[in-house]
Design a protein around this ligand. Structure first.
Ligand code: SAJ
Length: 449
Protein backbone atom coordinates (compact mmCIF):
# COMPACT_ATOMS: atom_id res chain seq x y z
CA UNK A 1 0.00 0.00 0.00
CA UNK A 2 1.44 3.29 -1.08
CA UNK A 3 0.12 6.46 0.53
CA UNK A 4 0.24 9.64 -1.53
CA UNK A 5 -2.29 11.83 0.27
CA UNK A 6 -3.19 12.22 3.90
CA UNK A 7 -5.85 14.27 5.61
CA UNK A 8 -4.98 15.35 9.17
CA UNK A 9 -8.00 16.38 11.24
CA UNK A 10 -7.20 18.64 14.18
CA UNK A 11 -4.26 21.03 13.83
CA UNK A 12 -3.15 21.38 17.44
CA UNK A 13 0.01 20.40 19.26
CA UNK A 14 0.04 16.97 17.59
CA UNK A 15 -1.88 17.44 14.33
CA UNK A 16 0.14 20.40 13.08
CA UNK A 17 3.60 18.88 13.63
CA UNK A 18 2.32 15.59 12.13
CA UNK A 19 0.89 17.31 9.04
CA UNK A 20 4.11 19.32 8.67
CA UNK A 21 6.27 16.21 8.92
CA UNK A 22 4.26 14.18 6.39
CA UNK A 23 4.48 17.08 3.91
CA UNK A 24 8.21 17.39 4.54
CA UNK A 25 8.58 13.70 3.69
CA UNK A 26 6.78 14.03 0.35
CA UNK A 27 3.10 13.30 0.97
CA UNK A 28 0.36 15.71 -0.06
CA UNK A 29 -1.35 16.79 3.15
CA UNK A 30 -4.68 18.45 3.79
CA UNK A 31 -4.83 19.93 7.28
CA UNK A 32 -8.39 20.22 8.61
CA UNK A 33 -9.63 22.24 11.55
CA UNK A 34 -13.00 23.65 12.55
CA UNK A 35 -11.37 26.80 13.94
CA UNK A 36 -11.31 29.47 11.21
CA UNK A 37 -8.85 31.72 12.96
CA UNK A 38 -6.32 28.86 13.21
CA UNK A 39 -6.75 28.19 9.47
CA UNK A 40 -6.26 31.89 8.68
CA UNK A 41 -3.11 32.00 10.80
CA UNK A 42 -1.70 28.92 9.07
CA UNK A 43 -2.59 30.14 5.58
CA UNK A 44 -0.64 33.30 6.39
CA UNK A 45 2.44 31.23 7.16
CA UNK A 46 2.15 31.74 10.92
CA UNK A 47 1.60 29.11 13.61
CA UNK A 48 -0.64 29.33 16.67
CA UNK A 49 1.48 27.22 19.01
CA UNK A 50 5.01 27.57 20.32
CA UNK A 51 7.19 24.58 19.76
CA UNK A 52 10.92 24.70 19.09
CA UNK A 53 11.68 24.41 15.36
CA UNK A 54 8.04 24.14 14.31
CA UNK A 55 7.68 27.52 12.63
CA UNK A 56 10.68 26.87 10.40
CA UNK A 57 9.61 23.31 9.52
CA UNK A 58 6.04 24.49 8.88
CA UNK A 59 7.13 27.26 6.52
CA UNK A 60 9.41 24.87 4.65
CA UNK A 61 6.49 22.44 4.27
CA UNK A 62 4.23 25.26 3.01
CA UNK A 63 6.80 26.21 0.41
CA UNK A 64 6.74 22.71 -1.07
CA UNK A 65 3.09 23.37 -1.96
CA UNK A 66 2.19 19.96 -0.50
CA UNK A 67 0.52 21.33 2.65
CA UNK A 68 -2.92 22.95 2.32
CA UNK A 69 -5.82 23.63 4.67
CA UNK A 70 -9.58 23.32 4.79
CA UNK A 71 -12.52 23.31 7.15
CA UNK A 72 -13.58 19.93 5.80
CA UNK A 73 -11.89 16.67 4.87
CA UNK A 74 -11.54 15.65 1.22
CA UNK A 75 -10.74 12.42 -0.58
CA UNK A 76 -7.41 11.02 0.61
CA UNK A 77 -5.55 7.73 0.98
CA UNK A 78 -5.31 8.09 4.76
CA UNK A 79 -7.09 10.07 7.47
CA UNK A 80 -5.54 10.91 10.81
CA UNK A 81 -7.71 12.08 13.70
CA UNK A 82 -5.70 14.24 16.13
CA UNK A 83 -8.38 16.17 17.99
CA UNK A 84 -8.49 16.87 21.73
CA UNK A 85 -10.15 14.48 24.18
CA UNK A 86 -10.56 16.58 27.33
CA UNK A 87 -12.90 15.73 30.18
CA UNK A 88 -16.14 17.48 30.92
CA UNK A 89 -15.45 20.44 33.21
CA UNK A 90 -18.56 20.32 35.37
CA UNK A 91 -19.96 16.88 34.73
CA UNK A 92 -18.95 13.96 36.89
CA UNK A 93 -19.84 10.30 36.90
CA UNK A 94 -20.35 8.22 40.01
CA UNK A 95 -20.36 4.46 40.55
CA UNK A 96 -20.63 2.93 44.03
CA UNK A 97 -19.79 6.28 45.63
CA UNK A 98 -16.66 6.70 43.49
CA UNK A 99 -16.72 10.02 41.69
CA UNK A 100 -14.81 10.41 38.42
CA UNK A 101 -14.27 12.89 35.61
CA UNK A 102 -15.82 11.90 32.28
CA UNK A 103 -14.10 11.92 28.91
CA UNK A 104 -15.51 14.30 26.33
CA UNK A 105 -15.33 12.38 23.05
CA UNK A 106 -17.40 14.82 21.02
CA UNK A 107 -14.45 16.01 18.92
CA UNK A 108 -13.43 12.41 18.05
CA UNK A 109 -17.01 11.55 17.11
CA UNK A 110 -17.39 14.70 14.98
CA UNK A 111 -14.08 14.02 13.21
CA UNK A 112 -15.04 10.39 12.45
CA UNK A 113 -18.41 11.56 11.13
CA UNK A 114 -16.74 14.19 8.96
CA UNK A 115 -14.62 11.50 7.29
CA UNK A 116 -17.53 9.19 6.38
CA UNK A 117 -18.57 10.92 3.09
CA UNK A 118 -14.96 10.79 1.84
CA UNK A 119 -14.15 7.17 2.74
CA UNK A 120 -13.26 4.91 -0.17
CA UNK A 121 -12.21 1.29 -0.44
CA UNK A 122 -8.56 0.82 0.56
CA UNK A 123 -8.40 3.94 2.78
CA UNK A 124 -6.76 3.93 6.20
CA UNK A 125 -8.12 5.79 9.24
CA UNK A 126 -5.87 6.38 12.25
CA UNK A 127 -7.04 7.67 15.62
CA UNK A 128 -4.20 9.43 17.46
CA UNK A 129 -6.17 11.22 20.17
CA UNK A 130 -5.72 9.77 23.64
CA UNK A 131 -8.95 7.89 24.29
CA UNK A 132 -10.60 5.59 26.81
CA UNK A 133 -10.01 1.86 26.19
CA UNK A 134 -12.14 0.46 23.33
CA UNK A 135 -12.90 3.85 21.71
CA UNK A 136 -11.46 2.74 18.36
CA UNK A 137 -13.53 -0.43 18.13
CA UNK A 138 -16.67 0.65 19.96
CA UNK A 139 -16.99 4.32 18.96
CA UNK A 140 -15.01 5.01 15.76
CA UNK A 141 -15.59 1.75 13.89
CA UNK A 142 -19.43 1.90 13.89
CA UNK A 143 -19.33 5.52 12.69
CA UNK A 144 -17.03 4.66 9.76
CA UNK A 145 -19.26 1.72 8.81
CA UNK A 146 -22.09 4.15 8.15
CA UNK A 147 -20.28 4.61 4.84
CA UNK A 148 -21.39 1.11 3.85
CA UNK A 149 -17.77 -0.05 3.86
CA UNK A 150 -16.65 -2.85 6.17
CA UNK A 151 -13.88 -1.82 8.57
CA UNK A 152 -10.99 -4.29 8.48
CA UNK A 153 -11.94 -5.57 5.00
CA UNK A 154 -12.75 -2.53 2.80
CA UNK A 155 -11.07 0.16 4.91
CA UNK A 156 -8.37 -0.11 7.54
CA UNK A 157 -8.62 1.34 11.03
CA UNK A 158 -5.91 1.65 13.67
CA UNK A 159 -5.12 3.46 16.90
CA UNK A 160 -1.68 5.01 17.09
CA UNK A 161 -1.04 7.18 20.13
CA UNK A 162 1.18 10.20 20.00
CA UNK A 163 3.83 9.99 22.71
CA UNK A 164 5.89 13.08 22.01
CA UNK A 165 7.02 15.43 24.74
CA UNK A 166 6.02 19.07 24.27
CA UNK A 167 9.25 20.97 23.69
CA UNK A 168 10.73 18.06 21.70
CA UNK A 169 7.81 17.22 19.44
CA UNK A 170 9.46 17.36 15.99
CA UNK A 171 12.39 15.25 17.08
CA UNK A 172 10.38 12.70 19.09
CA UNK A 173 7.78 12.32 16.30
CA UNK A 174 10.51 10.84 14.15
CA UNK A 175 12.72 9.12 16.71
CA UNK A 176 10.32 7.63 19.28
CA UNK A 177 9.11 4.06 18.96
CA UNK A 178 5.63 4.09 17.43
CA UNK A 179 2.79 1.80 18.52
CA UNK A 180 0.17 0.95 15.94
CA UNK A 181 -2.87 -0.98 17.08
CA UNK A 182 -5.03 -2.27 14.24
CA UNK A 183 -8.60 -3.51 14.47
CA UNK A 184 -7.11 -6.42 12.51
CA UNK A 185 -3.53 -7.26 11.44
CA UNK A 186 -4.01 -5.80 7.95
CA UNK A 187 -5.00 -2.46 9.50
CA UNK A 188 -1.90 -2.44 11.71
CA UNK A 189 0.24 -3.25 8.69
CA UNK A 190 -1.38 -0.38 6.74
CA UNK A 191 -0.53 1.91 9.65
CA UNK A 192 3.06 0.76 9.54
CA UNK A 193 3.23 1.59 5.82
CA UNK A 194 1.98 5.10 6.50
CA UNK A 195 4.15 6.04 9.48
CA UNK A 196 7.30 4.42 8.14
CA UNK A 197 7.37 7.37 5.75
CA UNK A 198 9.10 9.33 8.53
CA UNK A 199 9.34 7.26 11.75
CA UNK A 200 12.91 6.14 12.42
CA UNK A 201 12.14 4.56 15.82
CA UNK A 202 10.88 1.01 16.17
CA UNK A 203 7.32 0.46 14.92
CA UNK A 204 5.42 -2.03 17.07
CA UNK A 205 2.20 -3.59 15.81
CA UNK A 206 -0.57 -4.74 18.12
CA UNK A 207 -4.35 -4.57 18.40
CA UNK A 208 -6.25 -1.30 18.80
CA UNK A 209 -7.34 -1.70 22.43
CA UNK A 210 -3.86 -2.72 23.57
CA UNK A 211 -2.45 0.40 21.90
CA UNK A 212 -5.06 2.55 23.67
CA UNK A 213 -4.20 0.96 26.97
CA UNK A 214 -0.45 1.35 26.40
CA UNK A 215 -0.89 5.09 25.95
CA UNK A 216 -2.97 5.43 29.12
CA UNK A 217 -0.60 3.22 31.09
CA UNK A 218 2.40 5.37 30.20
CA UNK A 219 0.85 8.60 31.41
CA UNK A 220 -0.82 6.98 34.41
CA UNK A 221 2.49 5.45 35.45
CA UNK A 222 4.04 8.93 35.42
CA UNK A 223 1.10 10.46 37.28
CA UNK A 224 1.24 7.87 40.06
CA UNK A 225 5.00 8.34 40.37
CA UNK A 226 4.66 12.12 40.64
CA UNK A 227 1.90 11.61 43.22
CA UNK A 228 4.22 9.59 45.45
CA UNK A 229 6.85 12.34 45.14
CA UNK A 230 4.23 14.90 46.19
CA UNK A 231 3.15 12.74 49.09
CA UNK A 232 6.78 12.40 50.16
CA UNK A 233 7.00 16.22 50.14
CA UNK A 234 4.04 16.42 52.52
CA UNK A 235 5.55 13.76 54.79
CA UNK A 236 8.95 15.47 54.76
CA UNK A 237 7.39 18.74 55.92
CA UNK A 238 5.70 16.87 58.76
CA UNK A 239 8.95 15.21 59.85
CA UNK A 240 11.24 18.20 59.46
CA UNK A 241 13.10 16.72 56.50
CA UNK A 242 14.26 18.25 53.20
CA UNK A 243 12.45 16.08 50.64
CA UNK A 244 14.78 17.13 47.81
CA UNK A 245 17.80 15.96 49.69
CA UNK A 246 16.01 12.76 50.74
CA UNK A 247 15.00 12.03 47.13
CA UNK A 248 18.48 12.61 45.79
CA UNK A 249 19.86 10.17 48.36
CA UNK A 250 17.11 7.56 47.75
CA UNK A 251 17.78 7.82 44.02
CA UNK A 252 21.32 6.58 44.57
CA UNK A 253 19.70 3.17 44.99
CA UNK A 254 20.08 1.42 41.64
CA UNK A 255 16.39 0.49 41.39
CA UNK A 256 14.83 3.71 42.72
CA UNK A 257 14.00 6.76 40.58
CA UNK A 258 11.71 9.09 42.49
CA UNK A 259 10.38 12.01 40.43
CA UNK A 260 10.10 15.62 41.58
CA UNK A 261 7.41 17.10 43.80
CA UNK A 262 5.97 20.47 42.81
CA UNK A 263 2.79 22.53 42.66
CA UNK A 264 0.91 19.72 40.89
CA UNK A 265 0.52 17.98 37.56
CA UNK A 266 -0.69 19.94 34.57
CA UNK A 267 -0.88 19.79 30.81
CA UNK A 268 -3.51 18.18 28.66
CA UNK A 269 -2.16 14.62 29.02
CA UNK A 270 -1.02 13.38 32.38
CA UNK A 271 -3.61 15.30 34.40
CA UNK A 272 -6.40 14.02 32.12
CA UNK A 273 -5.58 10.53 30.85
CA UNK A 274 -5.68 8.55 34.13
CA UNK A 275 -9.31 9.58 34.52
CA UNK A 276 -10.09 7.53 31.38
CA UNK A 277 -9.20 4.40 33.36
CA UNK A 278 -11.16 5.58 36.38
CA UNK A 279 -14.21 6.29 34.23
CA UNK A 280 -13.94 2.97 32.38
CA UNK A 281 -13.43 0.87 35.55
CA UNK A 282 -14.06 2.89 38.73
CA UNK A 283 -14.19 -0.26 40.85
CA UNK A 284 -10.67 -1.28 39.78
CA UNK A 285 -8.69 1.93 39.23
CA UNK A 286 -8.43 2.83 42.91
CA UNK A 287 -4.74 3.67 43.20
CA UNK A 288 -4.95 5.63 39.96
CA UNK A 289 -7.81 7.74 41.27
CA UNK A 290 -6.05 8.34 44.57
CA UNK A 291 -2.90 9.51 42.76
CA UNK A 292 -4.97 11.93 40.69
CA UNK A 293 -6.43 13.35 43.87
CA UNK A 294 -3.00 13.80 45.47
CA UNK A 295 -1.71 15.67 42.41
CA UNK A 296 -4.87 17.75 42.05
CA UNK A 297 -4.49 18.64 45.74
CA UNK A 298 -1.00 20.14 45.32
CA UNK A 299 -2.14 23.72 44.51
CA UNK A 300 -4.03 23.69 47.81
CA UNK A 301 -0.90 22.39 49.53
CA UNK A 302 1.09 25.30 48.02
CA UNK A 303 -1.52 27.74 49.29
CA UNK A 304 -1.18 26.27 52.77
CA UNK A 305 2.60 26.70 52.52
CA UNK A 306 2.18 30.36 51.53
CA UNK A 307 -0.12 30.85 54.53
CA UNK A 308 2.34 29.19 56.87
CA UNK A 309 5.04 31.57 55.67
CA UNK A 310 3.06 34.83 55.35
CA UNK A 311 0.33 34.22 57.92
CA UNK A 312 -3.23 32.98 57.39
CA UNK A 313 -4.71 36.25 56.10
CA UNK A 314 -3.48 36.83 52.55
CA UNK A 315 -5.81 39.74 51.74
CA UNK A 316 -3.78 42.67 50.49
CA UNK A 317 -0.46 40.79 50.62
CA UNK A 318 1.74 41.68 47.66
CA UNK A 319 2.98 38.50 46.00
CA UNK A 320 4.95 38.16 42.77
CA UNK A 321 4.03 34.90 41.05
CA UNK A 322 6.79 33.61 38.79
CA UNK A 323 5.79 31.11 36.12
CA UNK A 324 2.33 30.08 34.95
CA UNK A 325 3.13 27.34 32.41
CA UNK A 326 2.29 23.73 33.21
CA UNK A 327 5.97 22.76 33.17
CA UNK A 328 9.41 24.27 32.57
CA UNK A 329 10.36 26.01 29.35
CA UNK A 330 7.06 25.68 27.47
CA UNK A 331 4.37 28.28 26.77
CA UNK A 332 1.48 25.91 27.44
CA UNK A 333 -0.86 27.03 30.23
CA UNK A 334 -3.44 24.26 29.87
CA UNK A 335 -4.46 22.61 33.15
CA UNK A 336 -1.52 24.36 34.74
CA UNK A 337 -1.24 23.96 38.52
CA UNK A 338 0.65 27.28 38.61
CA UNK A 339 -2.41 29.03 37.17
CA UNK A 340 -4.55 27.27 39.77
CA UNK A 341 -2.29 28.52 42.58
CA UNK A 342 -2.43 32.08 41.21
CA UNK A 343 -6.23 31.95 41.02
CA UNK A 344 -6.47 30.67 44.59
CA UNK A 345 -4.22 33.49 45.83
CA UNK A 346 -6.47 35.98 44.07
CA UNK A 347 -9.55 34.45 45.67
CA UNK A 348 -7.86 34.91 49.07
CA UNK A 349 -7.56 38.62 48.27
CA UNK A 350 -3.79 38.66 47.70
CA UNK A 351 -2.48 41.39 45.40
CA UNK A 352 -0.62 39.23 42.94
CA UNK A 353 1.42 40.14 39.88
CA UNK A 354 2.12 37.15 37.69
CA UNK A 355 4.95 36.86 35.18
CA UNK A 356 5.20 34.08 32.61
CA UNK A 357 8.31 34.53 30.45
CA UNK A 358 6.96 32.25 27.68
CA UNK A 359 3.60 34.05 27.48
CA UNK A 360 4.18 37.69 28.44
CA UNK A 361 0.53 38.57 27.79
CA UNK A 362 -0.50 36.05 30.48
CA UNK A 363 -4.14 35.20 31.05
CA UNK A 364 -7.11 37.60 31.01
CA UNK A 365 -8.40 36.60 34.45
CA UNK A 366 -5.03 37.07 36.19
CA UNK A 367 -3.08 40.28 36.84
CA UNK A 368 -0.10 39.56 34.58
CA UNK A 369 2.87 41.73 33.70
CA UNK A 370 5.18 41.26 30.71
CA UNK A 371 8.44 41.70 32.61
CA UNK A 372 10.03 40.19 35.70
CA UNK A 373 10.96 43.65 36.97
CA UNK A 374 7.30 44.73 37.04
CA UNK A 375 6.24 41.58 38.88
CA UNK A 376 8.70 41.97 41.74
CA UNK A 377 9.12 45.74 42.02
CA UNK A 378 6.74 46.20 44.94
CA UNK A 379 6.31 42.61 46.11
CA UNK A 380 6.81 41.54 49.70
CA UNK A 381 7.06 37.88 48.73
CA UNK A 382 8.09 36.07 45.54
CA UNK A 383 6.58 32.69 44.71
CA UNK A 384 8.39 30.45 42.22
CA UNK A 385 5.94 28.03 40.57
CA UNK A 386 7.73 26.84 37.41
CA UNK A 387 11.34 25.85 37.04
CA UNK A 388 11.88 27.74 33.78
CA UNK A 389 15.64 27.92 33.16
CA UNK A 390 15.53 31.73 33.09
CA UNK A 391 13.78 31.90 36.48
CA UNK A 392 15.95 29.26 38.06
CA UNK A 393 19.00 31.24 36.97
CA UNK A 394 17.97 34.23 39.10
CA UNK A 395 20.58 35.03 41.72
CA UNK A 396 20.34 37.05 44.93
CA UNK A 397 22.62 39.68 43.34
CA UNK A 398 20.32 40.02 40.33
CA UNK A 399 17.06 40.06 42.31
CA UNK A 400 18.03 42.32 45.23
CA UNK A 401 18.08 45.63 43.34
CA UNK A 402 14.76 44.80 41.66
CA UNK A 403 12.58 44.19 44.70
CA UNK A 404 11.87 45.11 48.32
CA UNK A 405 10.71 41.49 48.94
CA UNK A 406 12.20 39.64 51.89
CA UNK A 407 10.45 36.29 51.44
CA UNK A 408 11.00 33.72 48.69
CA UNK A 409 8.76 30.66 48.39
CA UNK A 410 10.16 28.06 46.04
CA UNK A 411 7.81 25.20 45.09
CA UNK A 412 10.13 23.52 42.58
CA UNK A 413 13.55 23.54 44.27
CA UNK A 414 14.83 26.07 41.78
CA UNK A 415 16.67 28.34 44.18
CA UNK A 416 18.36 26.15 46.77
CA UNK A 417 22.04 26.44 47.48
CA UNK A 418 22.42 30.20 46.96
CA UNK A 419 23.29 32.84 49.49
CA UNK A 420 19.85 34.40 49.70
CA UNK A 421 20.13 35.29 53.37
CA UNK A 422 23.21 37.40 52.91
CA UNK A 423 21.09 39.57 50.59
CA UNK A 424 18.16 39.87 52.97
CA UNK A 425 15.91 37.10 51.61
CA UNK A 426 14.42 34.23 53.61
CA UNK A 427 13.99 31.18 51.39
CA UNK A 428 11.18 28.68 52.05
CA UNK A 429 10.97 25.58 49.92
CA UNK A 430 8.07 23.18 49.32
CA UNK A 431 8.78 19.82 50.90
CA UNK A 432 11.22 21.15 53.45
CA UNK A 433 10.14 20.87 57.10
CA UNK A 434 10.38 24.09 59.10
CA UNK A 435 12.41 22.42 61.87
CA UNK A 436 14.98 21.60 59.25
CA UNK A 437 14.86 25.10 57.80
CA UNK A 438 15.69 26.54 61.23
CA UNK A 439 18.58 24.15 61.71
CA UNK A 440 19.89 25.15 58.34
CA UNK A 441 19.45 28.82 59.10
CA UNK A 442 21.27 28.36 62.38
CA UNK A 443 24.13 26.76 60.51
CA UNK A 444 24.10 29.41 57.81
CA UNK A 445 23.59 26.84 55.03
CA UNK A 446 20.76 26.81 52.54
CA UNK A 447 20.11 23.19 51.71
CA UNK A 448 20.84 20.70 48.98
CA UNK A 449 20.72 21.85 45.36
N1 SAJ B 1 5.91 16.92 36.77
C1 SAJ B 1 6.18 16.92 38.14
N2 SAJ B 1 7.24 16.19 38.58
C2 SAJ B 1 8.06 15.49 37.74
C3 SAJ B 1 7.77 15.48 36.36
C4 SAJ B 1 6.68 16.20 35.90
O1 SAJ B 1 5.47 17.54 38.93
O2 SAJ B 1 9.01 14.89 38.21
C5 SAJ B 1 4.76 17.68 36.26
C6 SAJ B 1 5.14 18.73 35.23
O3 SAJ B 1 5.55 19.92 35.84
C7 SAJ B 1 3.83 18.87 34.49
C8 SAJ B 1 3.26 17.46 34.50
O4 SAJ B 1 3.93 16.79 35.55
O5 SAJ B 1 2.93 19.73 35.17
C9 SAJ B 1 3.43 16.68 33.22
O6 SAJ B 1 4.70 16.95 32.61
P1 SAJ B 1 5.56 15.84 31.88
O7 SAJ B 1 6.78 16.48 31.36
O8 SAJ B 1 5.74 14.69 32.78
O9 SAJ B 1 4.66 15.30 30.72
P2 SAJ B 1 3.81 16.00 29.52
O10 SAJ B 1 2.39 16.08 29.98
O11 SAJ B 1 4.44 17.21 29.00
O12 SAJ B 1 3.95 14.86 28.39
C10 SAJ B 1 3.53 13.53 28.70
C11 SAJ B 1 4.65 12.56 28.28
N3 SAJ B 1 4.35 11.23 28.81
C12 SAJ B 1 5.25 10.57 29.56
O13 SAJ B 1 6.32 11.02 29.86
C13 SAJ B 1 4.83 9.20 30.00
C14 SAJ B 1 4.73 12.53 26.76
O14 SAJ B 1 5.64 11.53 26.33
C15 SAJ B 1 3.35 12.25 26.16
O15 SAJ B 1 3.40 12.25 24.74
C16 SAJ B 1 2.42 13.35 26.61
O16 SAJ B 1 2.33 13.29 28.03
C17 SAJ B 1 1.06 13.14 25.97
O17 SAJ B 1 0.76 13.83 24.98
O18 SAJ B 1 0.32 12.24 26.41
Amino acid sequence: MNFQTVCVIGLGYIGLPTATTFAAYGLRVLGVDINHSILDTLRNGEIHIQEPGLRKAFRAALETGRLTFSEQPALADAFIIAVPTPFYEDEYGEVNGIRFKKADLRAVIAAAEAIVPYLRKGNLVILESTSPPRTTVDVVRPILERSGLKVGRDVYLAYSPERVLPGRILQELIENPRVIGGVNPESAQAGRNLYSVFVKGQIVLTDATTAEMVKLMENTYRDVNIAIANEFARLAERFGVDVWEAISIANLHPRVKILSPGPGVGGHCISVDPWFFVEAAPDLALLIRQARQVNDGQPHFVLELVKRVLGPALAGRRIAVLGLAYKPDVDDLRESPAVEVARRLLREGAQIKAFEPFKPEGLPDLPCVPELRQAVQDAEAILLLVRHASLQALTPERLRPLTPATVLIDTVNGWAGREWERHGFALYRLGVGSQREETFEAQGASGAG
